[in-house]
Design a protein around this ligand. Structure first.
Ligand code: B3K
Ligand code: ZN
Length: 861
């Protein structure tokens, strides 16, 4: 397989103006006719026209209506080349045959529980027909679908329905037209037995938009929250960005077999059912939240991704970073406490040439624009971006230019965020001069070398900060001395309590004046830049920030930093066989948070949650999963025993007998109660066991029921087995709930759990062909530090075998699973050689897909 580089981007030789597709859907085969009007980019040129096509059966080609002779084209399993096309514009008509019922890769056109559906991003359209499968080919589409009327009563595609009608032989057809130009990755088709929940949205200019959410009839009752989420997203985009929906119809279809979360196809979003279906009994708060977030995300793509799209796939963060930023910012649940590892399905967007960073980091880059420019400046930049680029396929530099030009600001080296890999490490040293009443902050930054980029330039880093006085209040800030100049930071003559510095050099100093007492600085408020901070703050400073910082993110982060330091110290003790002792100050710190009734409950729940094992392992020279697990379990149990009374009260005081509601106070209350319950269950005593069992039995919604089940399942034994069996019996007919049950068992830290997971592979409810089930069971297992990294290699061996098996079914899903191996060099030598052996076995497997090969071979390189 050949690697593609950004620097090799070339404009296409031919543009496509219109594309008329016609599908004859059948049980054994589907015929696809594609009629394209083609025009050369350079008038008069007649260079060969190379089309992508993956394992397609070509039936015929016509140019300007005449059949093309064999000598005038070449076809292989990847391409169709028209050797000497006419000079000037022409029409190209290609007929192919495909086999959706055999398509287990779930890319292109495939079947999910009897219905036809598509997935084309990034390069799936080439599985449907021969095409220039690249996002800078934007064309206007029509799509005619013909199918059996009884089997496929509903026929959907992008845009507006122009015509529909009956045909002979029990068939019918529908003709759709999308008035907007789009790249082929946004094409979609759905055909099947579906019903819709209908609603309308009136746009701010007074247009009625028909909204339809399609599912099998029996699931329709579970789509109310999805509809609420869609309407909230439409309203938010109007209110915040002035962006209106641009068609009269918006469809969402939920399918059970889908490789990722959802897909933003123009006016016909296709979703993994997991991110549409919810009822209080079957979906947890986390599910409700994810649905709200992802429905918003896909809807927001209509402008950031669809109307303005990516020139090539290296520009992925142009649409993903910006759209993740928008969904994080949106919605009634937006909240400043945001763990670094905001996990959502599309973060796994790997395997295809992703560019330099994940959509998550892309969102952080967009957030920096907003931090630097303020909300108004950011909005001006967005307005200019749409004004300049509507209907175009553009680059991250174009986005940058719009932000810069709209605000007339010099961003110096900000673009390095897109090209320079690696997380900058920012060190900060502070000193207070009591006589001069000045406070100095010295910043130094370093970006560690990464493969292919040994030398790094200093980055442009926005530092939002404030300073706390001895009673924990923000000190007024008036002016700062920097670069030989005293600059005012007051706003209209009034002091400010938080400001944004621009750090752009390898080393630089900022000296604040009129600081009346020695402050504790609160740096990078709101996570103002995606960096790793090493500040000269003592534990006492951190406890102080944890207790008082007005910036909720930093308040939480101070607690996490304390916990990380504590865990690392104890890990070292554990490795040296020293007895583990928990610092009483830490217990005291968490206790004061836990009992502080003035605090938001979601904040408390997050603040008393220890950093994950993966996060701690990342900070170690050689990751030691056993030590990290032992230490985290020790701290949890110790905290539970010392704060037992407070935790019990927390559970008791946060129960509610009222009907489930999806809103902040109720979700926060449940989160707090359930984390307290989990702590108590780690005590493994009679009283806590009874408590957890009672919570399980009395739960009236999935959030509480599942949290109680998880608490019980921490501890091996008879109760665990009985309750797991009970839960399965209750929910065996609901595949989404059964996946939770798989995932819970998969990630259990019970020693030797790999055997249990192996057995579950044979469970009647399991199926390797369904991505959600694989993510739950195999993905869950690969994320469990103790058993996946078992020192006897049993976990690695298990995953290695599955990856090879899975690759034959679905390469995209297999490549996600194989990425669990990618950090194998972080472990000790024994584990390294065991993991490496599995990677080598995978790479040498017969008929390996490009997806898995890319990830596995890059991991070995
Ligand atoms: N744009 C898609 C992700 C596509 C992944 C392709 N393998 C959905 C999203 O961004 O949410
Ligand atoms: Zn997206």
């Amino acid at each position: 397989p050949k690697e593609i580089f950004l620097k090799d981007y070339k404009l296409p030789d031919y543009y496509f103006e219109t594309v008329d597709l016609s599908f004859a859907l059948g049980e054994e085969k589907t015929l696809v006719n594609s009629k394209i009007t083609v025009s050369p980019r350079v008038e008069g040129s007649s260079s060969p026209l190379v089309l992508d096509g993956h394992d397609l059966k070509l039936l015929s080609i016509k140019i300007n209506g005449n059949g093309l002779k064999d000598a005038h084209y070449q076809v292989d399993s990847r391409h169709l080349t028209i050797l000497s096309p006419p000079s000037g514009a022409f029409t190209l008509e290609i007929l192919t045959e495909i086999y959706p019922h055999k398509n287990t890769s779930l890319e292109g056109l495939y079947k999910s529980t009897g219905n036809f559906c598509t997935q084309c991003e990034a390069e799936g359209f080439r599985n449907i027909t021969f095409f220039q499968d690249r996002p800078d080919i934007m064309a206007k589409y029509t799509c005619r679908i013909e199918a059996d009327k009884l089997l496929y009563p509903v026929l959907l595609s992008n845009g507006n329905l122009l015509e529909q009608g009956e045909l002979e032989g029990g068939k019918h057809f529908a003709l759709w037209e999308d008035p907007f130009k789009k790249p082929c990755y946004l094409f979609a088709l759905v055909a099947g037995q579906l019903e819709s929940r209908d609603d309308t949205f009136v746009t701010r200019s007074g247009r009625n938009v028909q909204l339809r959410i399609w599912t099998p009839a029996e699931d329709l009752s579970k789509t109310a929250h999805a509809m609420y989420s869609l309407k909230a997203a439409m309203k938010w985009d109007e209110d915040v960005f002035g962006l209106e929906y641009d068609l009269d119809l918006f469809n969402i279809v939920a399918v059970p077999d889908f490789n990722m979360g959802a897909m933003e196809n123009k006016s016909l979003n296709i979703f993994n059912s997991k991110l549409v279906l919810a009822s209080p009994e079957t979906a947890s708060d986390a599910d409700y939240d994810a649905i709200l977030g992802v429905i918003g995300h896909e809807y927001f793509h209509n402008w950031t991704g669809n109307r303005v799209t990516c020139r090539d796939w290296f520009q992925l963060s142009l649409k993903e970073g910006l759209t993740v930023f928008r969904d994080q910012d949106a919605g009634p649940m937006a909240h400043p406490v945001r763990p670094h590892s905001y996990i959502k399905m599309d973060n796994f967007y790997t395997g295809v040439r992703e560019g330099l960073f994940s959509s998550f980091l892309g969102a952080e880059v967009v957030r920096m624009y907003k931090t630097l420019l303020g909300s108004e400046g950011f909005r001006k930049g967005m307005d200019l971006y749409f004004k300049r680029h509507d209907g175009q396929a553009v680059t991250c530099e174009d986005f940058f230019a719009a932000m810069r030009d709209a605000n007339g600001v010099d961003f110096a080296n900000f673009l390095l965020w897109y090209s320079q890999a690696g997380t900058p490490i920012v060190k900060v040293a502070s000193s207070y001069n009591a006589e001069a009443k000045t406070f100095s902050l010295k910043f130094s930054q370093e970006v560690p070398p990464t493969p292919g980029q040994p030398i790094k330039e200093p980055m442009f880093i926005p530092v939002a900060l404030g300073m706390l006085n001895s009673s924990g209040k923000d000190l007024p800030l008036t002016s700062v001395f920097h670069d030989g100049m005293l600059q005012s930071i007051a706003s209209n003559g009034e002091p400010v309590y938080s400001t944004v510095l621009r750090v752009t050099k390898k080393e630089e100093e900022f000296i604040f004046s009129d600081i009346t007492e020695k402050p504790v600085p609160s740096l990078f408020r709101g996570y103002s830049a995606p960096i790793r901070l090493e500040a000269d703050l003592s534990d006492d400073d951190l406890f102080f920030l944890l207790a008082h910082d007005s910036d909720e993110f930093n308040r939480w982060e101070a607690g996490q930093l304390l916990a990380r330091n504590l865990m690392l110290t104890l890990v070292a003790d554990f490795q040296q066989n020293k007895p583990l002792v928990l610092n009483p100050k830490f217990v005291q710190g968490l206790k004061s948070i836990l009992i502080d009734s003035s605090l938001d409950k979601e904040f408390i729940a997050k603040a008393i949650t220890l950093p994950g094992e993966g996060e701690i392992m990342d900070m170690m020279k050689v990751a030691d999963p056993d030590a990290v697990h032992a230490v985290r379990s020790f701290i949890r149990k110790q905290l539970a025993s010392e704060l037992r009374a407070e935790l019990l009260n927390t559970v008791k005081n946060n129960r509610s007998s009222e009907a489930y509601e999806f809103n902040h106070p109720n979700m926060a209350r449940r989160a707090l109660k359930n984390i307290a319950l989990a702590y108590l269950a780690s005590l493994q005593d009679e009283e806590s066991a009874t408590l957890a069992l009672n919570e399980y039995k009395s739960a009236t919604n999935m959030t509480d029921q599942f949290a109680a089940l998880a608490a019980i399942a921490q501890n091996p034994g008879k109760t665990r087995e009985e309750v797991l069996a009970d839960f399965y019996n209750k929910w065996q007919d609901n595949f989404l709930v059964v996946n939770k049950w798989f995932a819970l068992q998969a990630r259990a830290d019970i020693p030797g759990n790999v055997e249990n997971v192996r057995n579950l592979l044979n469970h009647p409810a399991f199926d390797l062909r369904n991505p959600n089930k694989v993510y739950a069971l195999i993905g869950g297992f690969a994320g469990s530090p103790v058993n996946f990294h078992a020192k006897d290699g049993s976990g690695y061996k298990f995953l290695g075998e599955i990856v090879v098996q899975l690759d034959k079914i679905n390469p995209q899903v297999a490549s996600r699973m194989v990425s669990a191996f990618s950090r194998w060099r972080r472990y000790d030598e024994t584990r390294q050689s065991l993991a490496k052996a599995q990677l080598e076995m995978i790479v040498s497997a017969n008929g390996l897909s490009e997806n898995v090969f890319e990830i596995a071979s890059k991991s070995l390189a």
